[in-house]
Design a protein around this ligand. Sequence first.
Ligand SMILES: Cc1cc2nc3c(=O)[nH]c(=O)nc-3n(C[C@H](O)[C@H](O)[C@H](O)COP(=O)(O)O)c2cc1C
Length: 178
Amino acid sequence: MLGISGSLRQESFNTRLLHASEGLAPIGMDIDVYEHLADIPPYNGDIDGENVPPVVEAFRDQVRAADGLLIATPEYNYSIPGVLKNAIDWLSTGDGGQLLAGKPVAIMGAAPTNFGSVRAQLALRQVFVWTDSKPVVKPEVIVFNAHERFDDDKLVDEGTQDLVRRLLHALAAKVTEG
Ligand SMILES: Cc1cc2nc3c(=O)[nH]c(=O)nc-3n(C[C@H](O)[C@H](O)[C@H](O)COP(=O)(O)O)c2cc1C
């Protein structure tokens, strides 16, 4: 699986959640966390097609090769962080608009606030309708009060660990159902 964090912050709860997921995945599932989101240029239809930037080509290759995507995102101003939306825009036009079609996608999100990430998660689900992807619907993983669930880099909250485990099993099932 390719893990994508919607936050570029060094201390990001969402990036930490993705790394914690690596240890919670079912046997046989590897999670690689994408590390170049900050390098993806703004989407531009004039350079899409013939002049796609190498970083975008490489990103598309990684997504093409992945069985599925695991996205962990914060909510910025009630919606998807721009850097994440921009990256998905680049993916969505790949392979004649089919790069994300049929791709299993699991979504989760963390924030130190009470409802943080819920609205971004809902907005992301809408995006994956247009792309014909296969989002996992349940369980919903909404890691509110995230600052209470981590001990430095380690996800210590057992309830959250269990939810992430269930999400990853559901993602594996989506991959298997083809
Ligand atoms: C530009 C910006 C907008 C934000 N908007 C929201 C918001 O709409 N709702 C919310 O609960 N938190 C919001 N926050 C707070 C984030 O939930 C918080 O910074 C979170 O830790 C970001 O995720 P990260 O730890 O993965 O970087 C916002 C933060 C930033 C920087």
